[in-house]
Design a protein around this ligand. Structure first.
Ligand SMILES: [Mg+2]
Ligand SMILES: [Zn+2]
Length: 190
């Protein structure tokens, strides 16, 4: 029998990463594998985080599926491509969660309100169950206020990546590049 304390101790800390504009360069509704280009300089800090025991988990809103801009099959092909791009830097994602929904979508299967579309924390909670993560020691990195809101709602610390002056989302950290944000997480205190 494992005591609750021991069970807590084996939970991993994670970095929840937004995809578009954070791991990859911003594009308007990217829909093909070739649309995904890694942000500069993120390979080394992602690898360092991985080696330091962090779980790397991408959490991405993909309402383009609900809007009919791409299919789930397209999305899977893109994520295979993303895996290959990261593998070239010897980085392996521990999880990748995508929300295909939107309440105003045109595709009946995905036109719905849901608990996974950020700013809701549903994808972070699902990853926490699947991967046994410790949210209080985890971070969320994203380029949108909805990423920060989801990360905060889940109880993680947050870094906003943006070159614009920021508004009321109050992240724990604020960086102008994803690479810089990853270094912030890497050197954070537990
Ligand atoms: Mg984004
Ligand atoms: Zn959803």
């Amino acid at each position: 029998m494992i005591s609750p304390r021991a069970e807590e101790a084996h939970r991993r800390k994670a970095v929840f990463l937004d995809r578009d504009g954070t791991v990859t360069e911003p594009r308007h509704y990217p829909s093909r594998p070739g649309d995904l280009v890694l942000q500069p300089g993120i390979g080394p800090p992602l690898r360092a985080l991985q080696h330091a025991g962090w779980a790397l988990v991408v959490v991405t809103n993909q309402s383009g599926v609900a809007r009919g801009f791409l299919t789930i099959t397209d999305l899977e092909a893109m994520h295979e491509r993303l895996g290959a791009l990261l593998a070239a830097h010897r980085v392996r994602l521990d999880g990748l969660y995508a929300c295909p929904h939107h309440p105003d979508g045109t595709m009946p299967d995905y036109r719905q309100p849901c608990s996974c579309r950020k700013p809701a924390p549903g994808m972070l909670h699902q990853a926490t169950r699947d991967l046994e993560l410790d949210l209080a020691r985890s971070w969320t990195v994203g380029d949108s206020p909805c990423d920060i809101a989801a990360g905060r709602a889940a109880g993680t610390r947050t870094v906003l990546v943006t070159t614009r002056p920021h508004g009321g989302d109050r992240p724990d950290g604020h960086c102008t590049t994803t690479a810089e944000a990853l270094h912030t997480v890497l050197h954070s205190h537990p």
